[in-house]
Design a protein around this ligand. Sequence first.
Ligand SMILES: Nc1ncnc2c1ncn2[C@@H]1O[C@H](COP(=O)(O)OP(=O)(O)OP(=O)(O)O)[C@@H](O)[C@H]1O
Length: 251
Amino acid sequence: MRFVVENLRFCYKSDKILDDISFELKRGDVVAILGVNGAGKSTLLKTIAKVVKPKKGTVYLGEEDIHKLDFSELGKKIGYVNQKSEGGYLNVFDTLLLGRKIYFKSSPKKEDLKRVEDILDKLDLKNKAFTPTNELSGGELQKVVIARALLQESEVLLLDEPTNNLDIKNQVEVLKLVREFSKEKKILSILVMHDINLALRFCDKFIFMKDGKIEAEGGREIITAELIKKIYNIDVDICSYRGIDVVVFKN
Ligand SMILES: Nc1ncnc2c1ncn2[C@@H]1O[C@H](COP(=O)(O)OP(=O)(O)OP(=O)(O)O)[C@@H](O)[C@H]1O
């Protein structure tokens, strides 16, 4: 199953924010979208998720133009977590159960409850299960909204800066889980990220944006000191530590 973004263009009033964005990805891939502040990364996710309407272009999932689907159909195909989440009066358990709502009618099945319990355990949130989400810390809330999106098991998962607010252990836990879900359930995960080293550890494919356009895309072989200089205007070395590529900035 192919996921194809074709000639997307988006403007805020007269400002062109996305210009002729095209790429093709496949299910099971974990993809990082990288680039400087203001490059258009969040706008690209919003345009794919139909939060904003493109001026031009199409997004296909298989043969289907996903922008022609209504919102409930779209929800089954695309999960989207934006940069800023707000808590509410529902507790963590019920909030997570909402992620399973498309799989049951009036009451949840045993399987749905089990899925929620498992993810609470994996993300170390068991002790917060009955806490209203508006009483969580920023990082705890971030984990809950990502967990809810994972439980939805949509075909494409869009996460805008998923490790924002998270300490280093939770950054690793969340990205591990996103990767596990993507591989097990053949979900295409597209993540806006700033930390290139985390992206290198957890993603298979990289899309670098600059001024609303794609500057480079591909596997880890595209991440070179030249590309980093071109995108961020900083000098780096790319080293290998225990077989892992690491980007280190030079003084
Ligand atoms: N609601 C809006 N109205 C007008 N312009 C906007 C709006 N939202 C974003 N923009 C502009 O669109 C451009 C792209 O913003 P976007 O949030 O997509 O960038 P980004 O690459 O995700 O940045 P960051 O890394 O800082 O989150 C920026 O120049 C921003 O000022």
